[in-house]
Design a protein around this ligand. Structure first.
Ligand code: DP6
Length: 329
């Protein structure tokens, strides 16, 4: 049983996942959609071998907590159970961006871990089965398996809740600008905990879940019709929907900083000039602007001119999680 290394891209949600109908299986309350980001990724090497007496885990050197290690070990257990083996493993993983800062590291992390671990133990999973496995590590990881622009289906049964690609108009040359703002620190409440609190305490939760369903329909319709403005409107509506649910959670979850809002306002001003980029934010302060190549240079320049913006990363639509040749150990 050899070593296997996999690489997976992060993704930014266009229609957001925020809450589970089954916590253990990570079955989401609503279907969601996302774009893979080619420049933001995780590489993970896994080796199952008798020489390991216990699971050994390393994430970004020694920058990880006991809880993070436990979550990785639990995922290895899922893979071992599927394969019917009991061998312990060594896992080394490297993110090319700050972990836990709202740039979706659990998505790329569990997608890369799923592909590397499943291949290393000899499981032959197709993309749908891999997405289902990754989902159980972290919901958004289901979408990092197919990559591209994809939809993750809500379902009551585990085998029906997976992500698959959806079509985007050929003439759209999609790009995502990721603007990192403020301090890139670990957030205090994990997304897992945050979404559970929202489901329990936000008075707007039910209507929020219903709206997610409507917004996914609107998104699909805009994609079918090649309606760029309609598509962008859904992306921004979904950003507000997620954050209204977060802000009305007890304790309140406020992820935005002044810089986050400054970018929103600049994007709205630019739109008046015909420069079209649509903003969205996951559970952190950083802003993703979905745009097309023709407007990217201008938008980038404008965002970089806002005080407090640390770095802007230009992404193309990222591909599926895949096995690569270079091992980390
Ligand atoms: C705000 O996938 O991190 O990014 O399933 O508990 O691991 P768990 O949650 P996670 O949640 C991501 C939430 C989000 C929105 C989204 O990606 O859809």
């Amino acid at each position: 049983m050899g070593k296997v290394t996999a690489k997976a891209n992060a993704n930014i949600a266009l229609v957001k996942y925020w809450g589970k109908q089954d916590v253990g299986l990570r079955l989401p309350m609503n279907s969601s959609a996302a774009i893979g980001l080619d420049k933001i990724n995780t590489v993970t090497t896994v080796e199952f071998d008798e020489k390991y007496k216990d699971d050994e885990v390393e994430i970004d050197g020694d920058k990880f907590s006991d809880e993070e290690k436990e979550r990785v070990v639990k995922h290895l257990d899922r893979v071992r159970e599927m394969a019917g083996v009991s061998l312990k493993a060594k896992v080394v993983t490297q993110n090319n961006f700050p972990k836990g800062a709202g740039a979706a590291s659990s998505a790329s992390g569990f997608a890369a871990l799923s592909v590397a671990a499943a291949e290393a133990v000899g499981l032959k999973l197709d993309q749908k089965e891999m997405s289902i496995l990754a989902r159980q590590g972290s919901g958004s990881a289901s979408r990092s398996v197919p990559g591209g622009v994809c939809v993750w289906h809500t379902a009551e049964k585990s085998e029906e809740s997976f992500a698959e690609p959806i079509e985007v108009p050929k003439e759209w040359d999609l790009r995502v600008l990721l603007a990192f703002v403020g301090d890139l620190k670990m957030k205090k409440v994990s997304t897992t905990e945050g979404m559970a609190l929202t489901k329990e305490t936000s008075p707007y939760y039910e209507v929020g879940v219903r709206e997610a369903g409507n917004n996914l329909k609107r998104l699909r319709r805009a994609l079918e019709r090649g309606d760029w403005g309609g598509f962008g409107q859904v992306v921004e509506d979904e950003c507000y929907r997620l954050h209204i649910l977060c802000m009305t959670t007890q304790p309140n979850l406020l992820y935005w900083t002044g810089e986050t809002v400054a970018i929103f306002q600049r994007m709205l001003e630019l739109r008046e000039e015909g420069v079209e980029g649509f903003f969205t934010v996951d559970a952190g302060p950083h802003v993703h602007v979905v745009c097309q190549t023709k407007d990217m240079g201008r938008i980038r320049k404008e965002i970089e001119g806002i005080g407090g913006v640390k770095r802007v990363v230009e992404c193309k639509v990222g591909g599926p999680a895949e096995v690569i040749d270079e091992h980390l150990f």
